[in-house]
Ligand binder design. Structure first.
Ligand code: COA
Length: 125
């Protein structure tokens, strides 16, 4: 499975699995034979006891488009609902069409948009 751009694998592990908010019991993994092919996990949110946050969701390239991420995220939603949480939040790149589709299909609405800007400071030599 690839890592989000700009992250080393160790940084990805720290940000996703090795922090105080990580909920191992709310980490869902799809397995095909002896291969782990898709995952999604939830984490607690500092200062918000009624909210859980979806951290990383990923499916191995060759298994994409078969509904795995949607199903794992649906189970994560069930986990949060069944434990009485009021909100589930998630962040994604607006240009990442597959995850935008997954989130829309599961009922996430856009709460806030962040804009990434780029300013050209010098022309290339
Ligand atoms: C985003 C990701 C997890 C989706 O996993 P998946 O198991 O393929 O997801 P699903 O099969 O449940 O659904 C994918 C949806 O995106 C659509 N899709 C797939 N590739 C697409 C593309 N290149 N452009 C537009 N839509 C696309 C599928 O058709 C499907 O929508 P549908 O149900 O309306 O047909 C997977 O693409 C991935 O691992 N990407 C890299 C990691 C990533 O970006 N993670 C999200 C940030 S946390």
């Amino acid at each position: 499975m690839g890592t989000p751009s700009g992250y080393t694998f160790e940084q990805f592990l720290d940000a996703t699995f090795r922090h105080s908010g990580f909920l191992p019991e709310a980490t869902y993994v799809a397995r095909v034979g002896d291969r782990y092919v898709a995952t999604t996990s939830l984490e607690t949110v500092n200062g918000k006891r009624d909210t859980l946050h979806v951290s990383y969701t990923g499916t191995l390239r060759e298994f994409r488009g078969q509904g795995l991420a949607t199903e794992l995220k649906r189970r994560a939603i069930e986990y949060a609902k069944s434990r009485g949480y009021r909100y589930l939040t998630t962040d994604n790149d607006s240009l990442n069409e597959p995850i935008v589709k997954v989130n829309q299909a599961l009922g996430f609405h856009v709460e806030r948009t962040t804009i990434r800007g780029e300013k050209l400071l010098a022309s290339s030599p």
